[in-house]
Design a protein around this ligand. Sequence first.
Ligand SMILES: [Ca+2]
Ligand SMILES: [Ca+2]
Length: 421
Amino acid sequence: MKPHRILALLACMVIPALTPALADTLDTRLIASGLSQPLYATSPLAGGPVYVVEKGGAIKAVQGGVASNFLNIAVSSSGEQGLLGLAFDPGYADPTSAGYRRFFVNYIDAVNQDTVVASYRSSADPLLADAASRVEVMRFDQPNGLSNHKAGWLGFKPGDANHLYIATGDGGSSNDPSNNAQNAGVLLGKMLRIDINGDDFASPDINYAVPTDNPFYGIAGTRGEIFALGLRNPWRNSFDRLSGDLWIADVGQNAREEVNLVLASSPGGQNFGWRVREGDIATPGVGGPLQPGMVDPLLVYPRSFGASITGGYVVREAGSPLYGQYVFGDFVSGRIWSVLADGNPKTMADATEWTAMLDAGAGGALSNISSFGEGPGGELYIVDYAGKVVQVVPEPASAALMLSGALLLLAWLRRSLALQR
Ligand SMILES: [Ca+2]
Ligand SMILES: [Ca+2]
C-alpha cells in the first residue's frame, strides 16, 4: 500500500475517534425567561412557537423570545396541583385529521380538585387557543384534601394518533394510604391509555373510548383504561421518538428515585411495584419483597444524588452530542445526567453528569429542573421552575475545535506525504 493510502486510512480512523471527545460539550440557549412556575415546554411545528405550561393555569406561546398568553385555564394550584400536562395531537398540523389544531391538557379542577383531561383547539393564529373549543375528555376523583402526587403528563406514542397516554399519581400523602397504585380497579397510580377519537360514553362530558387491546380490558373489577400500574408520582415521561419505547420516571418517597422502561413492542400490563417497592427496595415501613409480576426499575438513585426525579427524553436530535442518550434530572438537587438508551439496566456509575456544563451555558444557571421538553426536530428543552426554558445546543467552540483539529491533521498529512516523496 502506498504511503498516502496508509495515511488516508489512518485519517479515517483518527478523525472519528477525535470527534466524539471534542463534541461532548454542551451549551444552552435561552428560549424564555420571566415565566411563572413553568412545568413543561413543547413545540409541535418547525419554526412555530414553543408552548410553555405554567402551574397556575396559563399556557404561554413563545415566539422570537416573546411570551404571550395562548390559553388560561382555571385550576386548583396549591401543593403539587395545577396545570400539569400538555400534548399536541399528532394530527395538529393536518387539516384532514380529526386532531387538526387540537391539543390536550391535564389539570386539577378549581372547584372540586379532581383531575381533568380536556381538549382544545388553536385558532387560525398559532399564538391563540380557542377557549370555546373546549371538550372535556375525562375526569376522575382525587382524594379529598391531599394536594400531592397528581402526575399529569400526557403523550402520544410515535405512529399512533388515536391513543393518549395519561400519567396519574397515587393521589397523595405517604405510603399510598388507600393502596391505589396496586389496585387495578382505580385510575390512580397508573399509566392510562385511552382512544381520543372514539367515544364509549353517551355523556357529553365523557369523550373517549376504552381501547380493547389494553391489558385489563374486559376484566371484571378492573379499569380498562389502565396500561400499567404500581406508580407513585410518574413525574415526566416520554416516548423515544425513534423506537417508540416509553420511559417512565417515578418520584420516590424517602429513599429511591427510579426510571422504568416499557419497550415499544410491549402490550402493557407492567406493575412497577409501588407501594410495595420504592425503587429497588422494600418501601421502608410499608413494603416487602418483589412480588410475582412486579418489574424492577431500569435505573435507581438514592438521596445522595437528589430527592425528586424529573424524567426526560431519549435525544434524537440529529447531530446532538446527546444522541441516543436518555437525559433526566432532579428537581431538588438540580442535577442533570444521561445514560445510554440501550434498553439495559443501568446504575449511576453508568451515568454522565451534565449539570456544571449546562449551568455554565449561555442560557444562564439552572435551579429546579421541573421538566424537559422536545422541539419539532427533537431539540431538547430544559424547564427551570424558577422561571425559564432553555434549549440544549452543542457548544459552539466544539465545532471550531473540530475544524481546527481536522486542519491540523490535514497539514500534518501533507507534510508527511511531502517528506515521503
Ligand atoms: Ca360522550
Ligand atoms: Ca417502582
